[in-house]
Design a protein around this ligand. Structure first.
Ligand SMILES: [Zn+2]
Ligand SMILES: [Zn+2]
Length: 128
């Protein structure tokens, strides 16, 4: 799922998620990745941003531990995916994934964690 470069979000214009697996409208994903302007996605995005603002205001972040994400990346590589393929699948940058693999950062953003963890792990047979 290559990230769409700054597609304008048009209120009322829905854009379906074509990711694998597809994600429903109403979360930050549709708004953020597909520039979906449907009512649920706009509401979801507003809610997402509100929570982020609240977390920042109270000194917390949405960041998550990098280790489980790193382990997932290792597993995906073991099963035959290249970092480039994982980057394309997850919509994350190649560099970002590399930094995680090199264990150079203790935490990752929630968006990165969710994107990497949702990349489908190929079965052993497919990799062989
Ligand atoms: Zn999507
Ligand atoms: Zn939507």
């Amino acid at each position: 799922m290559p990230r769409l470069p700054r597609t304008p979000i048009i209120r009322g214009l829905a854009r379906d998620c074509d990711c694998n697996p597809p994600r429903p409208h109403g979360g930050i994903h549709g708004y953020d990745y597909h520039a979906c302007g449907c009512e649920p996605c706009l509401k979801g995005a507003t809610r997402y941003k509100k929570i982020g603002t609240h977390l920042n205001a109270t000194g917390r972040t949405r960041r998550r531990a990098a280790e489980p994400v790193r382990r997932r990346l290792e597993l995906l590589k073991e099963r035959g995916l290249t970092v480039r393929q994982i980057a394309d699948e997850s919509g994350m940058s190649f560099t970002n994934l590399h930094l995680i693999l090199r264990a150079e950062q203790p935490t990752v953003t929630e968006r990165t964690a969710v994107a990497v963890m949702s990349v489908k792990v190929p079965s052993r047979r497919a990799a062989a």
